[in-house]
Ligand binder design. Structure first.
Ligand SMILES: NC(=O)c1ccc[n+]([C@@H]2O[C@H](COP(=O)([O-])OP(=O)(O)OC[C@H]3O[C@@H](n4cnc5c(N)ncnc54)[C@H](O)[C@@H]3O)[C@@H](O)[C@H]2O)c1
Length: 271
């Protein structure tokens, strides 16, 4: 169902890889709500070719950019400005840890890999915002969003160095968000439930963890599509004064100590 909440709004969506990606669903929902946008991803991811289908479906242009490269980001933003003039929204839906990919334990991190993952998953959010800031290309009441996970606040062992990357990402949203206030632009992160995507499935034992989070969340896990709906509200004019926040979108997981479903599995009696 479309409410035309984003009619006339222009943006950039980073991170749609395939139709499981959160950014893919965000692009579909933004399109339904009347927005126009450029789709961007790392050149290596674009070679897989799946993004063409999304571009066609949403009438969008694809412009590749490694989000850790200031040179790529400059070119992308110049093209976006040439196409749209100023922008109303940016989605940063990017994450990757080399240590997770290669199965390196947190107690034995490879620091070169750590730096790479930190740059891709966290610093790139600063780089994206710095590029937009320097080009002064955001409209007043624009909205910038990043995606994060609760491992930034609580320990989930197999999330590994991504926990630290997410803590850093959330801090960048708060800190840069303060400065964006001068320009009447808001910056937030959404802390999403575990979601079955390429990045999500990279975490060891992910399937079991999905089921655990489902049982621990009074409303159940939030799906990628539900996350996309939430992004739409945060890009819309209905949330103008929400900024510098980490917003949990997780069916209540973050505030649940133990649920009845989990308690029953361990014979814990809750009256
Ligand atoms: N899936 C989950 O369980 C979950 C939960 C909470 C938060 N998140 C976050 O949501 C975001 C999107 O992840 P997803 O789950 O949709 O998985 P995904 O694998 O579909 O998306 C990750 C994207 O990051 C892109 N990327 C990697 N390196 C890049 C680079 N150098 N430059 C530009 N793009 C690059 C990938 O190509 C991919 O499109 C990530 O920030 C992730 O950490 C995911």
């Amino acid at each position: 169902m479309s409410y035309r909440l984003l009619k006339g709004k222009k943006g950039i969506i980073f991170g749609a890889l395939n139709n499981q990606s959160i950014a893919w669903k965000v692009a579909e929902r933004c399109h339904e709500e009347g927005a126009e946008f450029i789709l961007s991803n790392a050149p290596i991811a674009m070679r897989l070719g799946e993004l063409d289908e999304l571009a066609e479906k949403t009438g969008s242009e694809i412009i590749g950019a490694d989000a850790t490269s200031m040179e790529d980001l400059e070119k992308l933003f110049d093209a976006a400005i040439a196409k749209f003039g100023k922008l109303d929204f940016i989605l940063h839906s990017i994450g990757m840890s080399v240590n997770v990919r290669k199965g390196k334990r947190y107690t034995d991190l490879n620091y070169e890999w750590l730096e790479k993952g930190w740059d891709v998953s966290a610093v790139s959010f600063h780089k994206v915002m710095k590029t937009a800031w320097e080009k002064d290309c955001m409209n007043e009441w624009g909205s910038i969003l990043g995606l994060t996970y609760i491992a930034a606040q609580r320990t989930f062992p197999d999330y590994n160095d991504m926990s630290d990357n997410k803590a850093y990402l959330e801090s960048i949203a708060r800190t840069f968000g303060y400065y964006w206030g001068e320009r009447k632009v808001r910056v937030n992160t959404i802390s999403q439930s575990p979601t079955q995507t390429t990045a999500g499935s990279g975490v060891k034992g992910f399937g079991g963890f999905l089921a655990f989070a489902e049982d621990m969340s009074p409303l159940g896990n939030a799906s990628a599509l539900e996350c996309a709906d939430y992004c739409v509200t945060l890009f819309s004019d209905l949330t103008k004064k929400v900024t510098m926040q980490n917003l949990f979108h997780d069916g209540g997981f973050s505030n649940t100590g133990v649920s009845m479903k989990v308690a029953k599995k361990y014979d814990i009696i809750i009256e």
